[in-house]
Write a protein that binds this ligand. Structure first.
Ligand code: PGA
Length: 251
């Protein structure tokens, strides 16, 4: 799998016109990129109107755990898949914080999304400066019932809550802190599955990623990509992030 740069647009932009315009700028900007997989995780309402290409994939920011039925306001993994969506972000700390989403619910969503054939971008992180038991809990409960052969369809995001650009006391994580978070996730995956599976797992970093710091996270933090939120709202900046990673991989 190529390194992944995932734009988390969150509840932005305010109109379809803007979403389409930003998507087109990015599509043009990444059309010659071969060594990186850029993904745009847009709000549900924009997804049917943005067309994924070989160079630019689409992702959702959440999904429900059933395929269809009486679940007012929800969107199923099958509906996303049928729309040409490849990825879904699950377990984001903002959903845990503002919607009270529990790790048990995240687990049901992960299982359903994997069964449908979506690739899952699973966010792991806590409020503490160093990786802690909360992250272990998120991984152990979040992955309950996931088979080890399915780990290849998951992308783990080390996303310390304190490093998210909109968090109150934001401090940008260093590549070394990202490295430690990644190692922690890998160790827990080793406990849940086995060393081989843990070694192969794809772990990316999220939290104030931009075009100036992405290389450090990849090179020194040994991350397999990044999940920019705020920086991805500027389509030119998102393209710069993707290009920085592509260039850093050499020929
Ligand atoms: P940020 O958001 O890049 O604005 O910190 C990342 C995220 O929360 O996914």
């Amino acid at each position: 799998m190529k390194p992944l740069i995932v734009a988390n647009w969150k509840m932005n932009p305010e109109s379809l016109v803007e979403a389409k315009r930003n998507f087109e700028i990015i599509k043009k900007g990444v059309r010659n990129i071969k060594k990186v997989e850029p993904v745009i995780c847009a709000p549900f309402i924009f997804l049917p109107l943005l067309k994924a290409t070989n160079h630019l994939k689409l992702g959702a920011q959440d999904c429900f755990w059933e395929d269809k039925g009486p679940f007012t306001g929800e969107i199923s993994p099958t509906q996303l898949k049928n729309l040409g969506v490849d990825y879904v972000i699950l377990g984001h700390s903002e959903r845990r914080k503002y919607l009270g989403e529990s790790t048990e619910l995240v687990n049901r969503k992960i299982i359903a999304a994997l069964e449908t054939g979506l690739k899952v971008i699973f966010c792991i992180g806590s409020e503490t400066k160093k990786p802690d038991k909360e992250m272990k809990y998120q991984l152990k409960i979040g992955l309950r019932g996931v088979r080890k052969q399915d780990v290849a369809k998951l992308v783990f995001v080390y996303e310390p809550v304190w490093a998210i650009s909109t968090s109150k006391n934001k401090v940008i994580a260093t590549p070394h802190e990202a490295l430690k978070g990644g190692l922690y996730i890998r160790n827990v995956l080793g406990e849940i599955f086995d060393k081989e599976t843990a070694k192969k797992a794809k772990i990316i970093y999220g939290g104030s990623v931009d075009s100036r710091n992405i290389r450090g996270f990849i090179k020194d933090g040994k991350m397999a990509g990044g999940l920019p939120g705020a920086a991805s709202l500027d389509p030119h900046e998102f393209v710069r992030i993707v290009k920085k990673v592509d260039e850093s991989l050499g020929h």
